[in-house]
Design a binder for this molecule. Sequence first.
Ligand code: GAR
Length: 221
Amino acid sequence: MRVAILCSGRGSNLLALLRASEANLLEPAELRIVLTDSAAAGAINIAREWGLYAAVVPRSAYHANRDGYERRLLEVLAPHEIELVVLAGYKRILGPVFLEAFPNRIINIHPALLPSFRGQDVWPQEVASGIKLAGATVHFVEQGVDSGPIIIQGAVPVLDDDGPDELAERILRVEHQILPQALAWLASGRLSIENGRVRLEKTDSLESAAAQTLIWPPLNI
Ligand code: GAR
């Protein structure tokens, strides 16, 4: 299954995917291309260091023309015959042109336990809210901000002295585990969607619950 990764920033989730791929943990997924919307994205350097083709399609060239921008993304992807798309820190809201090209084949990582704290720069909001449990979610992408059926969630505690940076760092550790896991399930055809809920094939509901939730650090109570 040929995979494209869309990134806007530093690329630590891209690196986690590359490491998982190198360890043969993503099979049958094959990482083929990284697309970014900005030449400043650190993800480009990571892709190149790992010998992965990277293309920059600057959003700025398309102004308010989202459809035109997405048609250009699809043109860049076309020669690579991409089957699955991973949004790994991609900061744009995708519209129908792109979403309809990959129905139920786009996943996104978000640094919160959705449906709480959608949108960008959520860590200050999470800290200020006083929640005790934060985390990350991988979900199928539907139209809307950070919305779509949830595949896997990882939870971390919020510590008393946490600022946004400390919390973001702790959440990132679970992001790097749950994104490769979700991609491996998707690529191997183990995910189905029923009434907006994701089912992990070949597991009973207790096994699914164990697989689709991660708690770090493990609770020793
Ligand atoms: C990650 O924390 C990811 O969850 C978040 O952007 C960061 C990208 O980091 N995504 C979103 O906020 C999507 N709404 P990375 O470039 O190091 O992977």
